[in-house]
Design a protein around this ligand. Structure first.
Ligand code: KG4
Ligand code: ZN
Length: 346
């Protein structure tokens, strides 16, 4: 395989961040710009799709322009454009896709439609320009992908090869953080606000039961959310002040424990050499510390700034397709429900 340096512009607009980045050879971040709408959606306690797409329209041009400027590059210096094709909000995806298509049309650069989940996994390959790159993840590996919309346990035997071992049967891990934060009266997005509240709390104060599932690598978080809700209702009914910090810490501990146990179990069963933990929830301090504390596997967890949505990860995944000549033509449509793996393969 060629080892020439390739520079790829990534564009991401699947949810509530408009992002653009330039990445060299799938690893070195030359620039990464993120325009977040999170504050705007906070008043609704979640992402409001109509507002999201309109905000993307307003931000996308300046975001791409800034990413090129920060990288000190022009379109003529690039080799390809990678853009999130799905999954995500249709109206939001279309904005990034059309921007990418317009640039491709004007510049003649090839275009690659990237799966957002694949992007999260490839965030584990990234490093900031000027830093010494860490070792690349080695196969076979288990990737735990935990975001606001997805919770997946994936076996990768090689680049771009995904076998889904399990996924959530109801809420995604990040979604459960968001829902529990709401019922504890904490802000959106729920992950960071639960983490903050949990710092002052006792993770053993409440014992929330683990879901029992027939498939060993599937996850379920809705029962946990209901257990927190019942506890909150009982405490309120008894007239006591809510021990928010203890509830947040106990909930967080329950989520971290199940994610960790199943990932390690999968690594043992499938003979993985290394682990990747990626997606918005991988920004969680307790989750990072738990994975880092184990010694049997090398664990790749992206820098916190790369855990939540960004465009560098889209460029990184796009690079893997680009060097294999897996390109798209300008007529591609966005895929709001695009799974990383179409069916259960293992
Ligand atoms: O990957 P992401 O930015 O967007 C999706 O693709 O969904 O993930 C967003 C999710 C939200 O549910 C948010 O609450 C969660 O990641 N999250 C966290 C933390 N930071 C973000 N969850 C737990 N702890 C955090 N520190
Ligand atoms: Zn994401």
């Amino acid at each position: 395989m060629k080892t020439t340096e390739y520079r790829i512009l990534g564009i991401e607009s699947s949810c509530d961040e408009t992002a653009a980045a330039v990445v060299s050879s799938g690893r070195e971040i030359l620039s990464s710009v993120i325009a977040s709408q999170a504050d705007l959606h906070a008043q609704f306690g979640g992402v409001y799709p109509e507002i999201a797409s309109r905000e993307h329209i307003k931000a996308v041009y300046a975001t791409v322009d800034q990413a090129l400027q920060q990288a000190h590059l022009e379109l003529a210096d690039l080799d390809a454009i990678a853009v999130t094709r799905g999954p995500g909000l249709a109206g939001s995806l279309v904005v990034g896709a059309n921007m990418a298509k317009a640039i491709a049309l004007g510049s003649g650069l090839p275009i690659i439609g990237v799966n957002h989940l694949e992007g999260h996994i490839y965030s584990a390959w990234l490093y900031a320009s000027g830093n010494v790159p860490g070792p690349e993840p080695q196969f076979p590996l288990i990737a735990l992908l935990v975001s606001g919309g997805h919770t997946e346990l994936i076996l990768m035997r090689d680049h771009l090869q995904y076998e889904r071992l399990g996924s959530t049967v109801d809420d995604a891990a990040g979604e459960s953080f968001d829902k529990v934060a709401r019922l504890l009266g904490l802000g959106y997005p729920g992950g960071p606000s639960i983490q903050k509240a949990a710092q002052e709390g006792n993770p053993k104060a409440f014992h929330f039961p683990k879901a029992k599932l027939s498939e060993p690598y599937n996850f379920s978080f809705s029962g946990l959310k209901t257990a927190v809700l019942r506890t909150v209702e009982e405490l309120k009914a008894s007239g006591k002040a809510l021990p928010v910090a203890d509830l947040a810490a106990s909930f967080q501990q329950a989520v971290v424990a199940v994610l960790y146990e199943k990932t390690i179990q999968a690594a043992e069963e499938f003979g993985a050499r290394e682990l990747i933990v990626a997606g918005g929830v991988s920004a969680n301090k307790a989750l990072r510390e738990t994975f880092r504390s184990q010694v049997n596997y090398k664990v790749h967890i992206p820098h916190i700034s790369l855990c939540t949505d960004n465009a560098a990860m889209i460029a990184a995944a796009g690079y893997q397709h680009f060097i294999r000549k897996q390109l798209d033509d300008l007529s591609f449509d966005v895929l709001p429900n695009w799974p990383l793996v179409a069916t259960m393969e293992v």
